[in-house]
Write a protein of this length. Structure first.
Length: 602
């Protein structure tokens, strides 16, 4: 009997299916689209469902999966094309053993595409063989590991080629060397061009419904990832109140691709941290601490060396793995309600690899997102690498640890390092409710005498922030690291009260210590625009303009005060310009982003 091929073109906003049955020896080909199925999928024997050209499958059931059948879903994803570099993965499919639940995965379910519908099984190299190959595709099973609720490195479990990776469990896998110029989708993107990406065809039963993953107390680490054949709304998963056994932070492995070695001691890599902050935000991302620097402290100019730029993480693409930390013994659950249709390569979704071009039919219009007000501070440590920290100004944040905001430093093995010091622990992302009088403590450790060079590398949505100081209690000095760097000599030891971040200087008489007159802050949670009049300047008026120049708020002859509040509850989301006029006629202007995003999680 000849197989039938059915071409499917479905838009979630137009139509979907309550359930799907694909009969024996039938092929369904979905190209450049979202396939939405409200209930279950039944794939009969020898049937195939192909997701191609960035197509995705979303199902709307609640509770456990009810997918059945021994047919196969096929979906592509690309990892790195370097047999020395790890990617962290999570499979969107499991084996096709007949069952009414999601099934286990193993790398025997990975294939090498040879056409839009045909693939060859990958060769699985035995343990002890270290180097994968692009063509014919050969995967080094030696580097396939998983990690669950672990407190030390020795708890990584080698999986190899066995089918023992449970749904929702992440796994490590190194890439391949060589070239595979096959273009199975006819898009001009080959399986492996020799640099950049290696394509894999995941073939098996599609994962669906609630998928539970164990976590452990004491910041125990679990490798997990996006377990579905669609994008994952990472913010929704991390901030789901039902998942409060975890800290609400995701960590992503980054590795220096310029180091070609299989020896652990030679690796140059670390974990980037992602804090979602709120459901609608684009989150905060700090790069891994491993980028190399020249002997004079300048950044190594070789673009192939060091960390990548900040990677979009709000919507995780198919197959992307990440690490979470537990705060109590328990579990977290992925749900269909956390799934979203968003193509890999959009503004908020990138796999840990060079990004392929989106198909012309898959362009997405990104929603307006209010960036979290924050700055990033880079610290060059001993002229060897850079530690990046992020300090966010969030009205609902406390001075303690806040779930989904504060990210603990999980690279504890570095001999010399710097972090935020919160509740006697080290953090790389911290959120605070802004107050000029606050001093933010830093933790610095040095196994030997070392230098730490502080500077502000990026400021987001904080146009009014004129100064950021490092206070050094060694000589009670203040150093404006927003406008210049500060390098400190640190002797061997650990210091939790020597260095602090400050927003004002107590040393007067120099230009660097002049306080700003105003801070203009939009509190979107409480729908209030705040103006802090630090020096009690006399104001003639406050005016808020929309992007078209129309006045939407105005108040004249303001009383002398240090704190003004203006309601923005009646204003729509968008970009506005706040204007203050002093008594002498001089003006202060600042951009303000108002967001009415619903931050609730159902």
């Amino acid at each position: 009997m000849r197989s039938k091929i059915i071409l499917v073109s479905i838009f979630v906003t137009i139509q979907g299916f309550s359930q799907v049955y694909i009969g024996s020896n039938t092929q369904v080909y979905v190209k450049n689209q979202l396939l939405y199925v409200k209930q279950n999928i039944d794939l009969a024997s020898n049937s195939n469902l192909y997701l191609r050209n960035n197509s995705q499958l979303i199902q709307g059931t609640s509770g456990l999966s009810t997918n059945t059948g021994t047919g196969v879903l096929s979906v592509y994803q690309e990892g790195t094309s370097d047999n020395f570099d790890y990617n962290y993965w999570c499979s969107p499919i499991g084996n096709t053993v007949l069952s009414s639940t999601n099934n286990n995965f193993g790398i025997s379910l990975l294939y090498q595409p040879i056409s839009a519908t045909l693939s060859n099984s990958a060769s699985l190299l035995p343990l002890g063989s270290y180097d994968g190959l692009a063509n014919p595709l050969a995967i080094a099973s030696h580097w396939v590991y998983k990690l669950t609720a672990a407190n030390n490195y020795s708890q990584w479990v080698q999986v190899g080629s066995t089918l023992t990776i449970a749904p929702g469990e992440g796994f490590t896998m190194k890439g391949t060397s060589g070239i595979d110029n096959t273009d199975p989708e006819g898009t001009g993107i080959v399986n492996n061009p020799g640099t950049g990406a290696q394509r894999y065809d995941f073939r098996g039963k599609p994962n669906d419904g609630n998928i539970t993953v164990s976590v452990g107390a004491g910041n125990a680490a679990t490798l997990t990832g996006n377990p579905y054949p669609s994008a994952l709304h990472l913010n929704a998963f991390l901030l789901d109140p039902a998942n409060n056994a975890a800290a609400g932070i995701a960590y992503f492995w980054q590795q220096d691709k310029n180091v070609n070695s299989h020896f652990l001691s030679a690796y140059r890599g670390g974990y980037a941290a992602y804090a979602p902050v709120s459901l609608g935000s684009s989150g905060i991302y700090t790069a891994a601490a491993y980028r190399s620097y020249n002997s004079d402290g300048t950044v190594n100019a070789n673009p192939s060396t060091g960390t990548s730029a900040a990677v979009a993480r709000k919507y995780l693409p198919i197959g992307q793995g990440f690490v979470i930390n537990g705060v109590s013994n328990g579990a977290v659950t992925f749900k269909n309600s956390h799934r979203i249709f968003y193509p890999d390569g959009g503004s908020f979704s990138k796999f840990e690899k060079p990004v392929k071009a989106l198909s012309t039919n898959m362009k997405v219009k990104d929603e307006a997102v209010t960036p979290v007000s924050h700055f990033k501070m880079n610290v060059i440590v001993n002229k060897e690498f850079t530690r990046q920290l992020a300090l966010a100004f969030i009205p609902e944040a406390t001075d303690g640890v806040d779930r989904g905001i504060d990210a603990i430093n999980i690279d504890a093995a570095l001999p010399n390092d710097v972090s935020f010091w919160i509740d006697n622990a080290n953090y790389v992302i911290e959120g605070i409710d802004f107050d000029l009088s606050k001093k933010i403590p830093l933790s610095v450790k040095a196994e030997t005498d070392a230098t730490f060079k502080f500077y502000i590398s990026e400021i987001i949505n904080l146009e009014g922030l004129k100064h950021v100081y490092i206070y050094d209690s060694m000589d009670m000095s203040y150093h404006d690291i927003k406008n210049e760097s500060y390098e400190a000599q640190v002797g061997k030891g650990k210091y939790t009260d020597r260095f602090k971040i400050s927003f004002t200087s107590q040393t007067l008489g120099t230009d660097d210590n002049v306080k700003p007159d105003f801070y203009i802050i939009q509190d979107n949670k409480n729908q209030v625009l705040k103006v802090l009049n630090i020096n009690n300047v006399i104001l003639k008026s406050f005016t808020l303009f929309d992007i078209n120049g129309q006045i939407v708020l105005s108040e004249n002859d303001l009383p002398i005060d240090q704190d003004y509040s203006f309601s923005t509850s009646d204003l729509s989301s968008g970009l506005y310009i706040a204007a203050l006029i002093r008594a002498d006629g001089s003006r202060v202007h600042q951009k303000v982003i108002i967001s009415k995003s619903d931050n609730r999680i159902d």
